[in-house]
Design a binder for this molecule. Structure first.
Ligand code: FES
Length: 215
């Protein structure tokens, strides 16, 4: 099996930041719109998933002289574990299931539906997902609809005051990924919750690009 580090063209002892940088460069080269192919794009993304998962599972693997305490998480990085809301209906799962992400981690979903990525400070969650090659739903990108809504299961993200969500939804952990930035080191979010019936009236008609796949 090929090493994810070879695919990303980095050393096996690369740290989180190096993995992230390499992925951003490689995913651009591999994108079908930039001369790559769908297969190469998936190969690079799978390599990133594997390398990042290794780092999350055992930070000691990435110890270096510059990082004398590898057990300490990188303060400049937010770890996002995500799940596609559409998969919950398929499986009969609910947003309030206590073991939702544990079940998802064992479900063998494709990378577009379940996985992990790292977000940088001051990136909105939507920007972070897009920078890593995902096509999460959105419409206005300004807090005025529910198309980009996510359910925050663990962790927290910023909530600008001028958003459209009613308090009842924010109390349930619903946030807008286009204007909200992760603020806790570890987050679990279910994206694509625009299909919640309570958000029907807040959704804008889908734009043509929303047809782009999430995987
Ligand atoms: S895309 Fe409309 S609020 Fe985020």
């Amino acid at each position: 099996m090929e090493s994810p580090f070879d695919v990303l063209r980095i050393a096996p002892d690369a740290d989180d930041a190096e993995i992230e940088r390499a992925y951003r460069e490689r995913v651009k080269e591999a994108h079908p719109d930039h001369g790559g192919s769908a297969d190469e794009f998936q190969r690079v993304r799978a390599a990133y998933e594997a390398a990042a998962a290794d780092a999350l599972a055992d930070p000691a693997d990435y110890a270096s002289e510059d990082d004398p305490d590898p057990a300490e998480p990188d303060e400049e990085t937010y770890r996002i574990e995500y799940l596609n809301y559409e998969r919950l209906a398929d499986r009969g799962w609910g947003l309030t299931d206590a073991d939702l992400f544990e079940k998802a981690s064992m479900a063998d979903f494709p990378a577009g539906d379940y996985g992990r990525f790292l977000a940088d400070p001051h990136e909105t969650l939507l920007e972070a997902a897009e920078d890593r090659g995902f096509s999460w739903p959105y419409a206005c990108r300004g807090g005025a609809c529910a198309n980009c809504a996510v359910a925050v299961i663990d962790g927290e993200m910023t909530t600008p005051v001028d958003h459209i969500l009613p308090e009842e939804m924010t109390d349930r952990g619903i946030r807008l990924s286009c204007v909200g930035e992760p603020i806790t080191e570890d987050m679990r979010v279910v994206y694509n919750v625009k299909h919640l019936p309570e958000l029907d009236d807040l959704r804008l008609p889908p734009r043509p690009f929303e047809g782009a796949a999430v995987d």
